[in-house]
Design a protein around this ligand. Structure first.
Ligand code: UDP
Ligand code: MG
Length: 313
């Protein structure tokens, strides 16, 4: 049996469309499955749609988080409640084509532990989103050697890979990164990201920036080393310039050099603040981990009748 995990945040009637299309594809391919819909603190009527779908179809279960914890937390909640031998994580807005799932399952049966969907295109994103997303994935891949280029959150994890993933203790999980970091036998399928059918993307520049910073700081300390290296460069520069200034002063010529002072002030000031910022990000990460709060809280469940063991947690 496979579990399909889909986070839902203000998708409204889109939930119905999603469940229907998934049922078409999976039942059509003769696959036994369960669908875990995780309502991530929707403020619209999404949860009512989830409850209705769960009442209609015993394969559908709903999990309502007590507030909006973010997509990463919602996916984790779904993964922890999935009972299948393999789990497929997919967006509920139908931007990830469910038609690919049978192919993912085929790869899994051929021995793959992790099947990733990589995108051929990037629709539904502005120019900045496209360029920014690419730049981030390239930078991430370069700094951490965890390959993220063109990756999506649409993936299949076989039980062993899922168990490994759930053993990671960190709170600021970054599914795309952690599910690559665990390794295991991997396979990729190409997909075309569809346009959003209804509703709109909740990502803003700010939230994407946060995701990028979270992803980076939870995977690599390279930015810290960078600060150190630039600091060392400045130290060498300071010795040279200091020596020159001293020699000039001894020679009685000490007034010139106003541009140097201004430039040094600007460059050093900027670098000091950036460096402090980088350190602050890591400190914030540590602070979050140390607090050790749960990553999500469940408020309500919706299910048909039979309750699998994982569900009783
Ligand atoms: N989502 C969520 N919590 C959030 C934001 C989004 O669970 O706080 C879900 C959303 O319902 C969708 C998926 O995550 O199924 C992807 O969200 P979205 O379409 O906004 O992102 P994009 O496709 O633009 O990357
Ligand atoms: Mg989307």
């Amino acid at each position: 049996m496979i579990s399909v995990v889909a986070p839902v945040h203000n998708e409204g009637a889109g939930v119905e469309r999603f469940v229907a299309r998934l049922a078409d594809v999976l039942a059509g391919a003769g696959l036994a499955y369960e669908l875990v819909l995780v309502d991530d603190g929707s403020t619209d009527d999404s949860w009512n749609f989830v409850v209705a779908q769960a009442a209609l179809d015993p394969r559908v279960r709903g999990l309502q988080l007590s507030r909006n914890f973010g997509k990463e937390a919602a996916v984790l909640a779904g993964l922890e409640h999935a009972a299948g031998d393999a789990v497929v994580v997919i967006d509920s807005d139908l931007q990830h084509p469910p038609e690919i799932i049978p192919e993912m399952v085929r790869r899994w049966r051929q021995g793959a532990h992790v099947v990733e969907a990589v995108k051929r295109n990037r629709t539904g994103q502005g120019l900045i989103g496209r360029v920014g997303g690419r730049a981030f994935n390239k930078a991430f891949t370069g700094l951490t050697r965890v390959d993220l280029v063109d990756a999506t959150d649409f993936r299949l994890l076989a039980r062993p890979a899922l168990e490994a993933l759930l053993r990671l203790p960190e709170h600021s999980s970054f599914f795309r990164g952690t599910s690559s970091w665990i390794g295991f036998r991997r396979s990729t399928v190409e997909i075309d990201i569809a346009e959003r059918v209804g509703g709109r993307s909740r990502w803003t520049f700010g939230s994407l920036f946060r995701l990028a910073v979270n992803g980076l700081t939870s995977f690599t300390s390279a930015p810290l080393h960078l600060v150190t290296m630039v600091g060392l460069g400045f130290a060498a520069f300071a010795v040279l310039l200091g020596a020159q200034t001293l020699i000039r002063w001894i020679g009685g010529d000490s007034v010139a050099g106003f541009p140097t002072v201004i430039l040094l002030l600007l460059v050093m000031g900027t670098f000091l603040l950036l460096g402090l910022g980088v350190i602050g990000e890591y400190l914030a990460r540590i602070h979050e981990e140390v607090r050790g709060r749960p990553r999500y809280l469940v408020q309500e469940r919706a299910e048909h009748s039979v309750v699998p063991e994982q569900w009783a947690r």
